[in-house]
Ligand binder design. Structure first.
Ligand SMILES: *Cc1c(COP(=O)(O)O)cnc(C)c1O
Length: 366
């Protein structure tokens, strides 16, 4: 009998039900010009100021990071015009999602999200021992009425990503306000605003956090700020929630280089604007060209598009054709979208390569 079959060491109930998170694939070895468009990373990388701030920390690596993240929180507070004491930083926003589930949901509790919701909601609910509950979307758009209908006396947390991943769709603030007003006061609404920067004039739900005692907004440096590799995220939350999360957080959960780079990144508004302009240009191009090729695609509010094929088999064949040409994109079968492929908006040349490969693909099938 193998060692693992005799072990008496067992995890908490539910842990072995968790399906491993599968991230975006990395570029294939040996394929020329391979490019990763599978994890919604900024194809232009972080601002020069952020890279310099990161390098400058190389001379101070023996020293523990700031435990209160004061400088980074001040920079965030300044840009978003919110109080620094209501901000908490995490090792990616994933860590904050995990803190929220562990703090507010347990065995017998329900964590609510939509049918194509971000994978970490389910995983973190399961880690906490809670029951993940999915409600339908309305043609790939968050359906506030379905969320309200899904609330039971056991619902403790509702997660809404807006813009949503992997659909790229968006509901406006008035819909979120309607949701916040409708939920029971003992139920927490978490607005995951990982892609909020891409929506002009959208505050990511910050004003709802200010207005309600039970609304939290999470943000990340992994997407438009181009720092996915460093793992920095943050939340804006009511004081009572901050007091809870502060107790769960490891004192040094964000490292020195990440803190310095994130502070520089959020302060470089000029670079942010440039990235947003490029993204708008090439996301429009992808949506228009995909539709022209007969591949359905909703308008996107983020830095990726969701291409809808006639069938799962077609989507898989298109994924293979793109991979053979060095274009690595994301299959989204695990998001209940097996006939779709999620494509990160890359540099212009790479978006053109995507369309060129898919044009040949469609012609070969016609
Ligand atoms: C990418 C993403 C995040 C960010 O995760 P980090 O841990 O901050 O890298 C959070 N929510 C959604 C919906 C995302 O797509």
């Amino acid at each position: 009998m193998s060692k693992s079959m005799t072990t008496k060491i067992t995890p908490q109930p539910g842990i072995l039900d968790i399906e491993l998170y599968v991230g975006g694939k990395a570029p294939a070895q040996g394929v020329a010009n391979s490019v990763k468009l599978s994890s919604n990373e900024n194809p232009h990388g972080p601002s020069k100021a952020a890279r310099e701030a990161y390098r400058a920390q190389a001379d101070f690596l023996a020293v523990y990071p700031s435990s209160d993240h004061g400088a980074l929180r001040a920079a965030i507070a300044d840009v978003h015009d919110i109080p620094a004491e209501n901000i908490i930083c995490g090792n990616g926003s994933d860590e904050i999602i995990s803190f929220l589930c562990n703090a507010y949901a347990g065995i017998g509790d329900e964590v609510l999200f939509t049918e194509h919701g971000f994978a970490m909601y389910r995983i973190c609910a399961q880690i906490a021992g809670a029951t993940p509950v999915e409600v339908p979307e309305n043609n790939r758009v968050t359906d506030v009425d379905a969320l309200i209908a899904g609330i039971t006396e056991n619902t403790k947390i509702i997660f809404v990503a807006n813009p949503n991943n992997p659909t790229g769709t968006f509901v406006d603030s008035s819909e979120l306000a309607r949701l916040a007003a409708a939920i029971p006061q003992q139920c927490l609404l978490v607005l995951d605003s990982a892609y909020a920067e891409y929506v002009e004039g959208y505050d990511g739900g910050a004003s709802l956090v200010t207005a309600f005692d039970n609304v939290v907004m999470t943000r990340t440096f992994s997407k438009v700020y181009g720092l996915g590799g460093l793992r920095v995220g943050w939340a804006y939350a009511p004081q009572a929630v901050i007091d809870v999360l502060a107790r769960m957080r490891g004192p040094f959960n964000v490292n020195v280089a990440a803190l310095a780079a994130a502070e520089a990144a959020i302060s470089d508004r000029e670079y942010l604007d440039k990235c947003l302009i490029e993204n708008k240009k090439w996301s429009n191009y992808l949506v228009t060209e995909l539709n022209a090729l007969g591949i359905q695609c909703d308008p996107t509010f983020a830095n990726f598009v969701l291409a809808r094929f006639a069938s799962e088999e077609e989507a898989n064949a298109a994924e293979r054709a793109l991979a053979e040409n060095g274009l690595i994109i994301r299959k989204v079968g695990s998001y209940n979208l097996p006939q779709c492929l999620r494509i990160t908006v890359g540099k212009g040349v790479d978006c053109q390569r995507i369309i060129s490969v898919l044009r040949q693909f469609q012609e070969a099938r016609a």
